[in-house]
Design a protein around this ligand. Structure first.
Ligand SMILES: Nc1ncnc2c1ncn2[C@@H]1O[C@H](COP(=O)(O)OP(=O)(O)OP(=O)(O)O)[C@@H](O)[C@H]1O
Ligand SMILES: [Mg+2]
Length: 263
């Protein structure tokens, strides 16, 4: 894999962009930011072996918004976890930029995730006793930043999701859509290479879901974020640049089950 350069590139079109400059990376033209090569993942349950992903390959260019669909149990979360460095494949390689994620040790992975991946969850995973500000600040506490720099980044992220004025609210004082905005602010506060979102609109009403998808499109278009989103909702998937369906452990362009057709 060619080496990537550290870059002084900044968020295009973002007035607060200078805040995140030191951690942005530049990817060589045509080089996918995610490159999963012949990846298999099976799980053992006693003597039984469950094959979930079977010799699967996936390339995602930098700045692409990819939706991943497929029936329950088809391995969407398993694939997302492998790419995000929460799990390692049984065989095959996973590269994210210049990093061979699939060969990292647990401690290397923990550090790599903190710096490179923002996570968005279906049920937000906010700590109920912490304010929106404190929830967003959490990933930054793992990085060597001054409290001034942390504050700048947290307020930038809350600004980007339109919740500057809710920073002192705890999750129970926020709507579901607002809680997911806090979740997205937490995901982007470290300026990660990748945002992985596992059913981010699965617990929201149609209007809030629409707003969250608008926000994700903004992150992609204005900030050039690469987004991998798992969804069961064909309308949500249609907002992405590209849809891939998991079928029998492989990725396909067309779903076998028409229920999953985003049309
Ligand atoms: N740690 C594990 N141990 C054993 N089996 C597992 C483990 N993790 C996942 N599996 C199995 O792998 C398969 C795929 O699970 P996964 O969670 O990736 O599905 P999914 O496509 O995300 O489903 P859903 O849409 O319901 O979230 C399932 O059969 C599941 O039981
Ligand atoms: Mg899942």
């Amino acid at each position: 894999m060619p080496k990537q350069k550290q870059s002084a590139a900044i968020y295009p079109g973002c007035s607060l962009r200078s805040i995140f400059v030191p951690t942005l990376r530049e990817n060589p033209v045509n080089q996918p930011i995610v490159n999963a090569i012949n990846v298999s993942r099976y799980f053992k349950r006693g003597s039984e072996r469950v094959d979930v992903l079977d010799d699967l390959s996936l390339q995602v260019p930098e700045g692409q918004f990819l939706a991943l669909m497929g029936p329950s149990g088809s391995g969407k979360t398993t694939l997302l976890n492998l790419i995000a460095g929460l799990d390692t494949p049984s065989s095959g390689e996973i590269w994210v930029g210049e990093s061979l994620v699939s060969k990292m040790s647990e401690s290397q992975l923990a550090r790599w995730r903190t710096e490179n991946v923002g996570f968005v969850f279906q049920f937000y995973h906010l700590l109920p006793v912490l304010s929106a500000y404190e929830n967003v600040e959490l990933p930054l506490l793992l990085l060597p930043l001054s409290s001034k720099k942390r504050r700048e980044q947290v307020m930038t992220a809350l600004d980007l999701v339109g919740l500057h004025d809710r920073s002192k609210h705890i999750p129970s004082q926020l709507s579901g859509g607002q809680q997911q905005r806090v979740g997205i602010a937490r995901a982007i506060v470290t300026d990660p290479t990748l945002i992985v979102a596992d059913e981010p609109t699965g617990d929201l009403d149609a209007k809030s879901a629409h707003e969250i998808l608008d926000l994700m499109c903004t992150l992609q278009r204005s900030l050039n974020k690469t987004i991998l989103m798992v969804t069961h909702d064909p309308r949500a998937a249609k907002r992405a640049d590209r849809i891939q369906y998991l079928d029998k452990g492989q990725l396909v362009d067309k779903p076998e089950d028409e229920l999953y057709e985003a049309g």
